[in-house]
Design a binder for this molecule. Structure first.
Ligand SMILES: Nc1nc2c(ncn2[C@@H]2O[C@H](COP(=O)(O)OP(=O)(O)OP(=O)(O)O)[C@@H](O)[C@H]2O)c(=O)[nH]1
Ligand SMILES: [Mg+2]
Length: 540
């Protein structure tokens, strides 16, 4: 197959939403329909049950929530699908935002009983800013749901995006019997299977068919017919271009748990989702079918398989063909690397990958010295700048509780920092060097502690610090910055106007930051220092 046709059959997307809307469940079911798993595991981390294919971390199993994103690749019909299941909890949003740099489309899952929730709104905005096309799956129709028209209206009102219902639910809660496909004007009547483990058997009929009429209570049937008529008059006009530009979201209804509407969604999605998009480097456009291989690291994770103690760097391929054992440059360091141990990931399972194309996500296993955001390329002039930056909102000291295990503590912490689980800071005056860490949300610290203990057998204690706001500082006129006096090994403090509640610290790159516990102090500080300093909530 030619490069162009390999690229054309790839679809790379993330599933996003507020916690608990059903992303992991939907992921599982897409795999089931994609033929990638025979039996869907139940997502609810019920004791003694096999875990889902995509939630693999021990902590996730215990809590039944996704802590980190998971990559799954499978083939379905002619398409090669790279699917990324993301965590919904806002404390893990760094991971989700990084994943969004690696995809060409997003499926937004909405709990039809609840409508749009806060985190969905935030993630939607990130996608919109990036121009990522968004598909909507209204989930949990097997439970009492809000009226389907009202849900559409909410998309328009709250998210400000026009919607186009591709199908329509027949009833909700116990009355949810099937889905009307507006493309073919046919009803798909479903049967439940035990625990939703197998594909739901389907019976395809016209809406006027007696079996459809008989399946639904008369009032529900009448309402559905009325809604369908109404829909033909309202709703945005469907246009593939508008979908691909992210101006319209195609909407699908269903129940991931019961496998209702999952296949309709998958087929609909594949017919509309865009193939891998070109990327910009400065003003240069890198096309997916360009000859030189290039890609970037969007996620690093160690110990995915605790028995192997491995490091995996996830690369989104942007252009060209990746071949195992090829040589490429890490364009941040200039190092030439032989990319030997490349794997295709399927949750915990791996398989060596010999060849991959733009759109694919490949895991490079081993110690290549990558940082998140690094570009790997055959053309050393390509350097992608895709990674978003984050301002921590909570801080904690991490104490090593067992001096005999200091090495494990340090190794583990270094690795987890590399993965971007938290950002390290240093207080210049501290007598004892206890790592000060910043994270977007406190659950990140729980993950850090848990992983240090379970993966590195370290013993740690967290001590929460009072700051909630960090500002990076940069002298507008570097000549005015104080110079180190002879013999001084520490970086001289900048000349700031600071009140008693300002704490100065250094980030991992030796840049000054100021820490505050409230907005008022931060505001005061900014007003006093903005003349001489650039002050930013993100690393400058
Ligand atoms: N009734 C019903 N429950 C569902 C459906 N889909 C998912 N659930 C349940 O909703 C809960 C959350 O599902 P998950 O798939 O873990 O949700 P998630 O969006 O991945 O959650 P996070 O990753 O933690 O953000 C689980 O108990 C699921 O069994 C559905 O279609 N119907
Ligand atoms: Mg999940």
């Amino acid at each position: 197959m030619s490069a162009a046709s390999e690229v054309a059959r790839r679809r790379t997307f993330a599933i996003i939403s507020h916690p608990d809307a059903g992303k992991t469940t939907l992921t599982e079911k897409l795999l089931l329909y994609g033929g990638a798993v025979q039996l869907a595991g139940s997502v609810t981390a019920r004791k003694n049950q096999r875990a889902t294919t995509s939630d693999w971390m021990e902590l996730e199993k215990q809590r039944g929530i996704s802590v980190s994103s998971t990559v799954l690749q499978f083939e379905y019909k002619d398409a090669v699908i790279n699917l990324l299941d993301t965590p919904g909890h806002k404390d893990f949003s760094e991971d989700t935002y990084r994943v969004l740099t690696a995809v060409d489309a997003a499926v937004m899952v909405i709990d039809a009983g609840k409508g749009i929730e806060s985190q969905t709104l935030k993630l939607f905005e990130v996608c919109r800013r990036r121009g990522v096309p968004i598909f909507t799956f209204m989930n949990k129709l097997d439970r009492p749901a809000r009226p389907p028209l009202e849900l559409l209206d909410e998309l328009e009102r709250v998210l400000g995006i026009a919607s186009c219902p591709m199908n329509w639910p027949l009833g909700d809660g116990v009355d949810f019997k099937g889905i009307f496909d507006r493309q073919t004007n046919q009803v798909h009547l479903f049967e439940r299977t035990v625990g939703g483990m197998f594909r739901a058997p389907v019976n395809v009929k016209g809406i006027e068919d007696d079996s459809v009429r008989n399946a639904l209570p008369p009032l529900v049937y009448a309402r559905v017919c009325e809604e369908l008529e109404l829909l033909d008059g309202v709703g945005a006009d469907y246009s593939l271009e508008k979908v691909r530009r992210g101006e319209i979201t195609p909407v699908f209804y269903g129940s991931a748990m019961n496998n209702f509407g999952v296949q309709l969604m998958l087929d609909g999605f594949l017919s509309m989702a865009p193939p891998p998009a070109p990327r910009l480097v400065g003003d240069r456009i890198i096309e997916p079918a360009d000859e030189a291989f290039s890609g970037f690291v969007f996620k690093i994770q160690a110990n995915m398989n605790p028995r192997h103690r491995d490091h995996v760097a996830f690369i989104r391929i942007v252009s060209g063909c990746f071949q195992r054992d090829m040589t490429a440059t890490n364009t941040r360091t200039g190092a030439k690397l032989r990319l030997g141990n490349s794997q295709r990931l399927f949750a915990q399972e791996r398989e060596t990958v010999n060849e991959a194309w733009a759109g694919d996500v490949v895991g490079l296993v081993g110690n290549y010295g990558f940082q998140i955001g690094d570009t790997l390329s055959e053309d050393p002039t390509i350097k992608y700048d895709e990674m978003p930056r984050f301002a921590p909102e909570c801080f904690a000291y991490l104490h090593n509780e067992n001096t005999a295990k200091f090495k494990r503590f340090r190794d583990g912490l270094d690795q987890l920092l590399k993965e971007g689980v938290a950002q390290p800071f240093e207080l210049p005056d501290a007598a004892v060097r206890i790592p000060l860490l910043g994270a977007v949300g406190p659950l990140q610290f729980d993950v850090l502690k848990y992983r240090l203990e379970s993966e590195y057998s370290a013993e740690v204690r967290l001590e929460f610090a009072p700051w909630t706001i960090v500002r990076w500082l940069k002298e507008k006129n570097p000549e005015e910055a104080p110079k180190p006096v002879r013999g001084q090994t520490t970086k001289p403090r900048p000349n700031l106007v600071a009140s008693y509640d300002t704490t100065l610290a250094l980030d991992a790159f030796g840049n000054w930051v100021a820490l505050f516990s409230d907005k008022i102090s931060a505001g005061y500080f900014e007003s006093k220092n903005s003349e001489k300093f650039e002050i930013s909530p993100y690393p400058i």
